[in-house]
Design a protein around this ligand. Structure first.
Ligand code: FE2
Ligand code: FE2
Length: 108
């Protein structure tokens, strides 16, 4: 959830308004939505239900697809859209947000 939130608030907004990365970014937002939906459903189900395993398999397949597309097409296009400096700044912001959110989660 932390990973997804950081992408949605820092990384994807840096890509969603550039022509080259618009479609793949909108797709990624939708994939996150689906993954979160499935996670929520899994949490409210008993693990002994047959459907839990089916849902978990679909979740796994969706995440694998998402990561493949993110690290492939999205990163390739992001390299064209972002300058070295932009990427550096985004990386620093994401790292900072990640540390803050993990710390906040641990304190809960
Ligand atoms: Fe993602
Ligand atoms: Fe990711």
């Amino acid at each position: 959830m932390v990973h997804a939130r950081i992408e949605e608030t820092i990384f994807y907004p840096a890509l969603e308004n550039a022509d080259e990365t618009r479609d793949i970014t909108l797709e990624a937002f939708e994939e996150h939505r689906l993954v979160k939906q499935l996670l929520g459903e899994l949490q409210s189900m008993g693990k002994d239900e047959e459907e839990w395993t089916a849902k978990f398999t679909v979740l796994k397949e969706n995440i694998e697809h998402h990561v493949e597309e993110e690290e492939g097409e999205m990163f390739t296009k992001a390299r064209k859209v972002l300058s070295e400096e932009d990427a550096e700044t985004l990386g620093t912001r994401m790292e900072k947000a990640r540390n803050e959110q993990l710390k906040a989660a641990a304190a809960r």
